[in-house]
Design a protein around this ligand. Structure first.
Ligand SMILES: Cc1cc2nc3c(=O)[nH]c(=O)nc-3n(C[C@H](O)[C@H](O)[C@H](O)COP(=O)(O)OP(=O)(O)OC[C@H]3O[C@@H](n4cnc5c(N)ncnc54)[C@H](O)[C@@H]3O)c2cc1C
Length: 529
């Protein structure tokens, strides 16, 4: 066992987007930071897959709310535009329905309402009213929920001033006790338009029928800030953060899994980490970007069992949904697709019932498509397309054997693309194929039961709340990532990293600078998988 005394350093466990954001913000504020990542690449789920001349983003493909990234770069007085080339996509999604029709979601609310006038007239005025509610919910989230280490509704209240009239109004407007699905349908009677609007909750891997109405605010976030494609793929986001981190002196240690978080003072305070190879590193504080439940169950269980128990007793931790991704290298492109598309199920209630209640893959699933070659032709050989197909699936249950289940489910997905997706010849056009299953997601990213999006947002009253970024159980432990506040999806995990870093900074728990400066290591290259 080796021992490194780096008492002034802050350690970040995990180099996903949340961990990278936390590391950059901490370094920008003057802390010495080391990121420990078990994999050979940085960026976690924002990984890349290359084969036979095709390039796919393996995980996230839809980038929204770029102002969060901008704020992280601004911490270091940098401009995001100098690190990342973002391309705005409008229309944002093309939606295909089982009745053979399609509908584009466009950014401009008047243009969208105009399109609905022709497509589903009874829903046009309702869409405007839904959008007004969405704006109000977004503003409420901005005021009380975002950019702060919130763990429950209690943390939203400033106890010195108590309930202000504005807070009371905001809490009432949150429509607590109502779901996304019921709120959407109150405004929009057309089942196809409602199905489209339901799908904002798929960004957080949760069932619209069980998720709190406040998540309707996501629609306004998307219409005001747009949908973006980073040139070079979503992979360019972690690359940009790693470049920034290197410039700020962050040390990146890839292929370094953390086995344990170490504590002292009767397990009340973090004092370091132990790597899987037995190296003990003294640290002033730790940000864990690993799944929050697994952090407590696996990394803290030995050193601070009472703290791990308190975390466990606070609430239930239900994993968000998982997914199956097909990466299809095609020798043709399809003119009827846009960059982003949804090929919808016939019956969303039945689909969500399978995924979220029965815990089985939906027999008639919704497929989310990214056809990147139309925006960046270099992602496929000339004339072809790198088609990414994501189908949400239940989080892993003990009886799920995806090696056995994948071949049949792959055919279900291909058939859906042939029919509702209007690509009858797709199977014969595949010249390269790879897949990612819930088991692969579980093993690659060390998540909870293969969850793509951390913890589910289920619960009409408190479903939006996740574990706070400042651990109430162990001093010096901070949480960032999809299983911490404010939740999953690229903008939210980036924000979680900022909040964790900001809370650490406010707590003044670590001295700035390092008495034992370590030169930054070479930039690790993403590995092809
Ligand atoms: C298929 C798919 C599609 C998606 N689509 C979208 C989308 O279109 N838009 C969107 O916004 N979001 C999307 N998401 C969600 C988004 O990717 C995630 O919310 C986000 O990337 C998660 O970031 P994170 O910070 O939580 O960390 P993760 O990406 O989960 O990274 C955590 C890192 O911690 C490391 N780690 C874990 N334990 C340890 C340990 N003990 N020691 C060292 N390292 C450890 C892991 O190896 C991993 O690299 C998608 C995800 C997937 C998988």
């Amino acid at each position: 066992m080796t021992h490194s005394a780096e008492r002034n350093r802050v350690g970040v466990i995990g180099g996903g987007l949340g961990g990278l954001a936390a590391a950059c913000v901490l370094a920008a504020r003057g802390y010495a930071v080391t990121v420990f990542e078990k994999s050979a690449w940085l960026g976690g789920k924002a990984a890349v897959l290359e084969g036979a001349g095709f390039r796919f983003d393996m995980g996230p493909t839809i980038l929204t709310v770029p102002s969060v990234l901008r704020r992280i770069f601004a911490e270091a007085d940098r401009r995001l535009e100098d690190y990342l080339d973002l391309i705005r996509l409008d229309p944002q999604w093309r939606c295909f329905f089982t009745d053979g029709t399609s509908l584009d979601l466009v950014e401009n609310v008047d243009a969208m309402a105009g399109a609905l006038d022709a497509y589903a007239p009874a829903s046009a005025a309702g869409y405007r009213r839904f959008h007004a509610l969405s704006e109000r919910l977004h503003r409420i989230s901005d005021r009380h929920f975002f950019w702060k280490p919130i763990g429950s509704i209690r943390d939203m209240i400033d106890w010195r001033t108590g309930f202000s009239a504005q807070l009371m109004g905001d809490v009432l407007a949150m429509r607590m006790g109502r779901s996304v699905a019921s709120t959407v349908r109150k405004f929009v009677p057309d089942p196809r338009v409602a199905q489209m609007l339901d799908h904002f909750t798929q960004y957080v891997g949760s069932c619209p029928e069980s998720s709190p109405a406040v998540l309707c605010g996501i629609a306004h976030m998307q219409t005001t800030e747009g949908v973006w494609y980073p040139r070079g793929g979503t992979r360019a986001v972690p690359d940009a953060l790693v470049t920034l981190g290197e410039e700020l002196g962050v040390e990146f240690r890839t292929e370094t899994g953390i086995k344990r978080v170490l504590t002292w003072g009767g397990a009340s305070r973090v004092c370091g980490v132990e790597t899987e190879s037995g190296e003990v590193i003294d640290l002033a504080a730790v940000v864990s970007n690993a799944d929050s439940a697994r952090t407590h169950r696996e990394l803290l269980q030995d050193a601070a069992p009472a703290a791990a128990k308190r975390f466990e007793n606070r609430r239930g931790y239900e994993p968000a949904c998982s997914g199956v991704v097909l990466y299809l290298g095609l020798n043709r492109s399809y003119d009827h697709l846009l960059h982003h598309g949804f090929v919808f199920s016939k019956d969303p209630h039945e689909e969500f019932d399978f995924i979220y209640k029965r815990g089985e893959p939906a027999p008639d699933p919704t497929c989310y498509l990214a056809s990147t070659a139309r925006t960046e032709p270099e992602t496929a050989p000339p004339g072809g397309d790198a088609l990414y197909v994501l189908v949400h699936a239940p989080y892993l249950r003990p009886h799920h054997d995806w090696e056995r289940m994948l071949p049949a489910y792959r055919n279900v997905i291909i058939n859906k693309l042939k029919t509702t997706g209007q690509m009858p010849d797709i199977e014969s056009r595949i010249v390269y194929e790879s897949a990612l299953t819930p088991q692969d997601i579980h093993d690659r990213y060390r998540v909870l039961n293969g969850a793509i999006y951390g913890l589910a947002s289920h619960g009409k009253w408190n479903g939006a709340f996740k574990p706070s970024n400042r651990s109430p159980d162990v001093r010096g432990l901070y949480l960032a990532g999809g299983a911490a506040h404010p939740g999953p999806g690229m903008p939210m995990v980036l924000m979680s990293g900022w909040i964790a870093a900001d809370a650490l900074d406010r707590d003044k728990i670590a001295p700035k600078g390092s008495e034992h400066p370590t030169p930054p290591t070479q930039k690790p290259q993403p590995v092809p998988v």
